[in-house]
Design a protein around this ligand. Structure first.
Ligand code: ZN
Length: 321
């Protein structure tokens, strides 16, 4: 049986047997949303941002991820701490795929390492690609340990329905400034969507892994961190993988907080993809396109720093020709 068939059965069983899950997915249907448009110059289409008022996400957007808080709490991705209703589909004996009981997407999965091991992307991009290929309706995403992951101590991806994440339709049409290209794909940078995206599109897992690793090595790592600040989206469509990497400069925007003119917003992969799950009603009501644009600018790598990485990557591939 294919993985996607196991996952369909998992959905059926869990929605049937687990009351909390059924209630939370039913509530998602009734959530209020509103839409904003980031205008894109000379492009076929503008960039959409969908705001979703989702009070259940407060635990995630305000989660404490300092070492002391992590040590003090039982890890919610380790099987022994999970609700007894939570079922698992195992992938390659290394990952467990489960339904996320606190969804942003109408189908939202958590894909966590079976072992309790820190959140690191190094050595896992091929896993992400293979899983994305086996879950064709989904986009698989990764939040760095200091870039929105609410369990930085336990390696995990998540996945949601691709049709619900705006950027998945926009990258194909965006203009890409190339670093490298061959008959099996392209690797470049997209800047016109209001947040910088390093973009890989390829039919080869080896080439995708190679380009991704080159990018990972080119991005700066802050003192005390084990990897660059980043968010990753990965999906598979019409025989090719698309990998979108959002380089970050910080976890939370300067306007994070509960005061006046502040927002309880901690952007992660899904927000980078144009779907903002907002936990507080006043934030949902008050947020303007200007605020959204400023928050992207504030938490993403600065245009100057992106330019430096771009130059380095161009020179690297030029010297290899
Ligand atoms: Zn754990």
């Amino acid at each position: 049986m294919l993985l996607i068939e196991h996952i369909s059965e998992l959905w059926e069983r869990q929605l049937h047997d687990w009351q909390l899950l059924r209630d939370n997915y039913a509530a998602l249907d009734g959530l209020i949303t509103r839409e904003m448009i980031i205008p894109v110059k000379e492009s076929l289409q503008d960039s959409r941002v969908v705001l979703q008022y989702n009070p259940e996400r407060l635990r995630s957007s305000s989660a404490s991820i300092d070492d002391a808080s992590l040590k003090a709490r039982p890890c919610f991705l380790c099987s022994e701490n999970q609700p007894r209703e939570q079922e698992t589909v195992v992938w390659d004996n290394r990952y467990k795929i489960q339904v996320n009981p606190y969804p942003i997407f109408s189908r939202h999965l958590t894909i966590s390492a079976i072992e309790h091991t820190p959140q690191r992307i190094n050595g896992r991009i091929a896993d992400m690609m293979l899983i994305a290929k086996e879950l064709p309706e989904y986009v698989v995403f990764y939040n760095g340990p200091q870039s929105g992951a609410s369990a930085p101590d336990h390696a995990h991806f998540q996945a949601g329905l691709r049709s619900e994440l705006p950027i998945c339709d926009e990258l194909f049409n965006a203009s890409t400034s190339l670093f490298d290209a061959n008959s099996q794909g392209i690797f470049g940078l997209i800047t016109e969507l209001g947040r910088p995206v390093f973009y890989i599109e390829t039919s080869s897992i080896e080439i995708g892994e190679n380009w991704f690793n080159t990018l990972l090595n080119a991005l700066p790592v802050k003192t005390g961190h084990d990897e660059p600040l980043l968010n990753i989206l990965c999906w598979h469509d019409s025989g090719s993988w698309c990998i979108a990497v959002f380089p970050r400069r910080k976890h939370r925007p300067a306007c994070y907080g509960t005061g006046e003119d502040q927002f309880v917003i901690s952007p992660a992969s899904v927000d980078m993809g144009g779907l903002w799950a907002i936990a507080r009603e006043e934030d949902f009501n008050n947020l303007t396109l200007h605020d959204v644009t400023l928050i992207y600018l504030d938490v993403c790598m600065s245009p100057q720093d992106v330019e430096i990485i771009t130059e380095n990557l161009r020179n690297y591939y030029y010297s290899k020709r």
